[in-house]
Design a protein around this ligand. Structure first.
Ligand SMILES: *Cc1c(COP(=O)(O)O)cnc(C)c1O
Length: 392
């Protein structure tokens, strides 16, 4: 056993084993406030929407910097509600990235439209605006860029193409609350922004939750109608909607957590900076590529995702040394069985396909400490022993 292996095992012995995301540690920090919030809701016995949700919506709108926020049951529903608000459905096409969580494209299909995948920029993992024009047809109604891992997509190029062709842009900001791009916050650049409060997101609830942001009063009104069966007055239905409401219990817990979000985000960013210095040698040797944070953007690191050589072997080596990692995402969506009907083949979107084979996400949660990160970096260096001969 090497010294560094011993070190990393010794680290584990001091406490619970290192986790990819340790939400228990976060809960300990806010236990009292969360329990008070839960009790407050139980005492009112108002469980669906209501004042707690309205308050949360105001606080998120204020944090994100937009006029309206409409909470719903999940990030997936946020995307579906946004599409329905634009009247997108059968016969329409919506352009998006194949390198994302399934919900982005699943929502397009659920709304009745057809997802059209466009290849990504490997340096940002996000939609490449240069590929958009070729994908636009007379049926294209919208583009859904995803701010993957917490980095806002190249919105200037995307908005230019959208304006030129008079199509809408819905931001999938599920992983990017608090991120910004050239002075604009994620979720305020397109006509609507969709957020998720799934527990592993930067602002995560104690269950599912989602929200749509917008500056358009008519959209906000329509979103609010669609989430309650299209009903403004009891038993009168103006539109066909859904049941997609946020629970008051979730809103109360999320309000507590929202007040910590900046503090946690800064810790994520500090951890990312630490990885940059700890892994700079491996990057210089060409064994891995660290995630990009282009000038003028604020990355919020929902994931710290590297591209690396011999990804699966590195992952196995780290696992043997009790270091958990994840692969986001092992398959691009255009090659998933569920999207086979769209007719894409292997090789249709080569950048996304190649990334799916080389990406690896390292733990980056706020409570991760310096010693743990050092142990992770040491194991990575040990796996790529002094690769003096490859490169330059
Ligand atoms: C999590 C996520 C969603 C879906 O959110 P849910 O709340 O899980 O429904 C959509 N898009 C992206 C990019 C996500 O990461």
């Amino acid at each position: 056993m090497t010294n560094s292996t011993k070190e990393s095992l010794a680290l584990q012995e001091q406490g619970a084993p290192l986790q990819f995301l340790d939400l228990g540690q976060q809960f300990e920090e806010i236990r009292r406030e969360v329990l008070l919030a839960v009790t407050r809701v139980l005492e009112t016995q108002r469980f669906i929407l209501g004042p707690e949700v309205e308050q949360f919506e105001k606080e998120v709108a204020n944090y994100v910097g937009c006029r309206f926020a409409v909470a719903c049951a999940s990030g997936t529903d946020a995307l579906i509600l946004a599409l329905l608000t634009l009247g997108i459905g059968p016969g329409d096409e919506v352009i998006t990235t194949p390198f994302t969580f399934v919900a982005t494209a699943g929502a397009i299909t659920r709304a009745g439209a057809v997802p059209v995948f466009v290849d990504i920029d490997p340096d940002t993992y996000n939609l490449n605006p240069a590929n958009l024009e070729a994908a636009i047809s007379s049926r294209t109604r919208a583009i859904i860029p995803v701010h993957l891992f917490g980095l806002v997509a190249e919105m200037e190029g995307i908005m230019d193409v959208a304006r030129k062709h008079r199509i809408s842009v819905i931001e999938d900001a599920a992983q990017a609350i608090g991120a910004s791009y050239r002075g604009q916050n994620a979720g305020t650049i397109g006509c609507m922004g969709c957020f998720s409060f799934f527990p592993s997101k930067n602002l995560g609830g104690a269950g599912d939750g989602g929200l749509v942001t917008t500056n358009d009063a008519a959209f906000a009104e329509r979103l609010a109608l669609l989430r309650v069966h299209g009903s403004r007055r009891k038993y009168e239905y103006e539109l066909l909607g859904m049941n997609s409401r946020l629970d008051a219990l979730q809103a109360a817990i999320l309000r507590v957590k929202l007040s910590y979000l900046e503090y946690w985000t800064e810790k994520r960013r500090r951890n990312a900076e630490r990885y940059r210095s700890l892994l700079s040698q491996a990057q210089r040797r060409g064994n891995l590529v660290l995630p990009n944070e282009p000038h003028g953007t604020r990355h919020v690191y929902n994931q710290f995702t590297i591209r690396c050589e011999k990804r699966d072997a590195l992952r196995a080596h780290l696992r043997r040394n009790v270091i958990p990692t994840e692969i986001y995402y092992p398959y691009p969506l255009h090659l998933q069985p569920a999207f086979r009907y769209l007719g894409y083949k292997e090789g249709s979107l080569p950048k996304a396909e190649s990334l799916a084979r080389s990406v690896l996400s390292l733990p980056v949660y706020p409570e991760l400490n310096k010693e743990q990160q050092q142990a992770i970096a040491e194991q990575i260096d040990e796996f790529y022993p002094d690769a003096g001969n490859k490169e330059e």
